[in-house]
Write a protein that binds this ligand. Structure first.
Ligand SMILES: CC(C)(COP(=O)(O)OP(=O)(O)OC[C@H]1O[C@@H](n2cnc3c(N)ncnc32)[C@H](O)[C@@H]1OP(=O)(O)O)[C@@H](O)C(=O)NCCC(=O)NCCS
Length: 188
């Protein structure tokens, strides 16, 4: 796959899926309905998030507003149709953790395995670097092989795991911690 880097206003174009050109850009409030649709499907069907119930519109608006220039929320879209979204969020609200962020990434089910997640997470990591963060961390259910592989491919390193901290779909779930160091590029 080739990428067309069109850097005006931080808009990148990805040529993917049999020549279709997809855009990565900052999310607008008009995208929130589709972002929510993608997320709530994952809430109900997957172990990727430990929310157990679909998020309400009010909850989603509050979440959307908490993401601004310092914690970008991005979408991959084609003519307004949102295919995937990703964001950076604070690791903790305690000041000493201000240089660390966590990532979230969700691709519509029917568009997975076409390298869209890879392009979006790579872009998000570059944004985190430009924003001056020191590292990005991800908490990933051990059985979420797709996300583990994706994060490894983007350069995240395995830092350990917690046994049975999650419970979903009637069973305990182990959660792995992954981290990508940003200053200097190499994991330390
Ligand atoms: C995880 C997710 C974002 C990956 O997005 P994607 O666009 O399908 O991933 P990509 O096509 O870019 O794949 C990148 C790499 O991840 C790995 N991968 C992706 N899906 C995989 C799967 N189902 N099984 C095994 N490896 C997988 C592969 O190594 C792949 O590289 P390759 O195709 O060159 O081998 C997507 O599966 C998703 O939205 N899942 C539900 C939500 C979720 O789990 N979010 C992360 C929460 S921690």
């Amino acid at each position: 796959m080739t990428c067309l880097y069109k850097k005006d206003k931080k808009i990148y174009n990805i040529e993917a899926m049999e020549g279709k050109v997809l855009t990565i850009r900052k999310a607008q409030l008009e995208d929130l309905q589709q972002i929510t649709e993608i997320y709530n499907e994952a809430v109900l069907k997957t172990i990727s998030t430990f929310h157990l119930y679909p998020r309400s519109w009010e909850e989603q608006v509050g979440w959307f507003k908490s993401h601004g220039d310092k914690h970008p929320l991005l979408v991959v879209e084609e003519n307004g149709f949102v295919i995937a979204w990703a964001c950076l969020s604070p690791y903790s609200d305690r000041e000493g953790y201000q240089h660390t962020v966590t990532d979230s990434i969700y691709v519509r089910e029917e568009f997975r395995r076409q390298h869209i997640g890879y392009e979006l997470l790579s872009f998000l990591a570059e944004e985190a670097q430009k924003l001056g963060y020191h590292s990005v961390v991800a908490f990933i259910a051990r059985e979420n092989l797709a996300s583990i592989r994706l994060h490894e491919k983007v350069g995240f390193l395995y830092r350990g795991e917690l046994k049975e901290v999650g419970f979903k779909f009637g069973k305990w779930v182990d959660v792995c911690l992954y981290q990508k160091m940003l200053e200097g590029g190499e994991g330390r």
